[in-house]
Design a binder for this molecule. Structure first.
Ligand SMILES: NC(=O)c1ccc[n+]([C@@H]2O[C@H](COP(=O)([O-])OP(=O)(O)OC[C@H]3O[C@@H](n4cnc5c(N)ncnc54)[C@H](O)[C@@H]3O)[C@@H](O)[C@H]2O)c1
Length: 331
């Protein structure tokens, strides 16, 4: 049995990750502030479902609080130190963040405070409590307007085009500094649009399914040709667990690395709408709108590095994933 701290535990990705870790018999310490970026009741439902996966020697502990609050984090870390007997052996998976490109333009200060300031607080906890294994949730948005696809981790990422992307890039940079200074084995994961059951309601597949069901118009920005590398939630959490394993490996001499977690298949926006229509057996009323500031034309992951070093092997085709999403959505 291993011990994990998961920040953002009640969110879409966090709750699936907790469920996976708990069902393998691990102990998980979840941290979340249940912010109202979307309905907090959804998050309570997520974590309730995930916590039922506890098995064997494992257990689940929820700490409700804010990663901007240093006192709360210190108190939580002290408590975890007592329960585990030694917090130094815990793997910290930092997912808590304000997500989303467009809302980051409306509230840049909040994004900076949570995603940059909050991440710094987490890194300080690692330093003070000698936590030496860290996984950080970054994003494909750091690739900005790059059009040479697929995006490899070696592609320059110093030209973000949204506040959200800039905060994720800053997070990666700070993770590198702390890894170098304090010997923290760190993996940054660039997630490419995650989807599946419990997907955030603001994200394309969930938002479109709701609008189509309600007979409302579906906003399609641009001419429908923008494309995304949609990554099924089970493949994402599989990659996160593999990254956590790498941080504990003696072979991880570099101490710091960055990996893309994508499906490495792109889907055009308009084809995505058609797929959802098919699964819902209902036609969409499309409202064509201009491209939004901060939107990137394409995301497409080169996953050769993740395959080679992590053993990451995503398997979910978009048709299957959308079907699974719609099954959950209808329930
Ligand atoms: N979903 C995606 O497609 C995607 C893509 C790229 C990167 N990411 C990153 O993955 C991580 C998880 O994303 P998600 O889609 O599950 O989002 P989510 O919003 O569902 O989950 C984030 C969780 O963090 C919590 N949180 C927010 N601010 C907090 C704070 N100040 N203190 C404590 N908890 C706080 C929220 O309450 C929420 O439960 C985020 O870091 C996000 O930026 C997600």
């Amino acid at each position: 049995m291993n011990h994990f701290i998961v920040t953002g535990a009640a969110g879409f990705i966090g709750s699936h990750l907790c469920q996976k870790l708990l069902s393998a018999g691990n102990t998980v310490f979840g941290i979340d502030n249940f912010c109202d970026f979307y309905d907090p009741e959804i998050k309570r439902g997520n974590i309730e479902e995930a916590s039922q996966a506890v098995t064997g020697e494992g257990s689940f502990h929820l700490y409700e609080g804010d990663i901007r609050d240093k006192k709360f984090l210190e108190k939580t870390a002290k408590d975890i130190n007592i329960i585990t007997g030694n917090i130094e052996n815990v793997v910290l998976i930092h997912l808590a963040a304000m997500a989303g490109v467009r809302p980051s333009l409306l509230n840049p200060e909040l994004y900076q405070e949570v995603n940059v300031g909050g991440t710094l607080n987490i890194l300080e906890i690692c330093r003070k409590f000698k936590i030496s294994r860290l996984v950080f949730a970054s994003s494909s948005s750091v690739y900005g307007e790059n059009t040479s696809v697929p995006f490899s981790e070696k592609t320059p990422t110093d030209r973000p085009i949204s506040v959200y992307a800039a905060t994720k890039k800053a997070g990666e940079a700070m993770c590198h500094a702390y890894s170098h200074l304090y010997n923290i084995k760190t993996v940054c994961l660039r997630f490419f649009t995650a989807y599946g059951p419990r997907q955030r309601p603001d994200l394309a597949i969930h938002k479109f399914a709701k609008l189509i069901t309600e007979g409302k118009s579906v906003p399609v920005f641009g001419d429908g040709s923008t494309s995304r590398d949609y990554t099924y939630i089970d493949d994402i959490t599989d990659g996160v667990v593999k990254a956590a394993v790498l941080t504990g490996s003696d072979d991880f001499e570099e101490k710091f690395d960055i990996f893309n977690l994508g499906e490495s298949q792109t889907v055009k926006l308009i084809d995505l709408v058609k797929l959802i229509e098919k699964e819902l057996e209902k036609e969409a009323l499309i409202e064509w709108l201009p491209l939004q500031p901060g939107d990137v034309p394409v995301t497409f992951a080169d996953i050769s590095h993740s395959r080679e070093i992590l053993g990451y092997n995503p398997t979910t085709k978009i048709e299957h994933g959308v079907r699974e999403f719609v099954k959950w959505f209808k329930r």
